[in-house]
Design a protein around this ligand. Structure first.
Ligand SMILES: CC(C)(COP(=O)(O)OP(=O)(O)OC[C@H]1O[C@@H](n2cnc3c(N)ncnc32)[C@H](O)[C@@H]1OP(=O)(O)O)[C@@H](O)C(=O)NCCC(=O)NCCS
Length: 229
């Protein structure tokens, strides 16, 4: 499915006078490698996760690539003169997206990555992600009930702190709202305080905290379009 209603938008970051500018546009299939790279470079509580993974695509398999592959109309990227350096991906209906993943995304990865063996406490980062491929973490019902959509935003350090995140989020929310989405949620690591500050400053309220096996905890926040700022 494609939707050409939202054309490219140029954004001049407000904190970077003299900056050459950053283009916000819909993602295309050709952006897939950039999404994998950004996912890895920001995947350790917002910082670079490259040292943690043997397979550099493990994080992107879960948090970036399926969105671009299954729902490209819900993916935007931020591009500067050096290339794509940020994205927002998501879905207007998390439960429907989980079903699509189960049907069209996880099966090929499950064949490629066998389930991890041994004691979960001994698993490394690759094995923990591999487990997620076999046993995907579904969003809790109490989160999805009130906030059916969800998003992920990831910017390389060179775009961070320049209000690109809010610009991407506003574009995504406007588009999603126009297409019938009423509320969205995000999940952030309990050990990524900068991200949590970002979300709460953008009208997201904490809904739930969960503690997954081997993780330091996840904070789920939601925002209804009724309280868009
Ligand atoms: C979190 C993120 C989406 C915010 O987008 P952004 O465009 O950087 O947002 P802003 O420019 O509005 O900056 C948000 C705040 O973080 C601060 N900040 C941004 N980049 C920073 C950096 N590299 N170091 C320290 N502080 C930083 C800003 O000063 C700002 O604080 P303020 O609102 O008190 O002024 C983006 O920084 C990012 O992608 N980080 C890495 C990946 C990540 O953590 N994603 C979220 C996972 S839930």
């Amino acid at each position: 499915m494609s939707d050409s209603r939202a054309g490219p938008v140029s954004v001049e970051p407000s904190r970077s006078p003299g900056d050459a500018g950053v283009l916000l546009r819909r993602a295309t299939a050709g952006d897939i490698d950039a999404l994998y790279a950004i996912s890895l470079a920001t995947g350790d509580r917002g910082g670079d996760a490259a040292r943690l993974y043997r397979d550099p695509r493990m994080l992107g398999h879960i948090y970036a690539a399926p969105y671009l592959t299954l729902a490209p109309e819900d993916c935007l990227v931020a591009e500067d003169g050096d290339g794509v350096a940020g994205y927002i991906v998501g879905t207007r209906d998390s439960r429907d997206f989980e079903a699509r993943l189960e049907r069209d995304w996880w099966p090929a990865l499950r064949r490629r990555y066998p389930p991890p063996e041994g004691e979960p406490q001994q698993w490394d980062a690759d094995q923990r992600r591999c487990y997620m491929i076999h046993r995907p973490r579904c969003a809790p019902e109490e989160v999805v009930r009130g906030y059916p959509g969800h998003v992920h935003i990831n910017l390389l350090p060179r775009l961070q702190g320049r209000r690109i995140g809010p610009a991407l989020l506003n574009l995504w929310l406007s588009d999603a709202q126009a297409r019938g989405c009423r509320a969205v949620h995000i999940a952030t690591s309990a050990t990524n305080p900068r991200a949590l500050r970002f979300w709460t400053a953008r009208g997201f309220v904490e809904v739930l905290q969960t503690s997954d096996h081997g993780s330091s905890g996840t904070i789920w926040c939601g925002r209804s379009f009724a309280n868009r700022g």
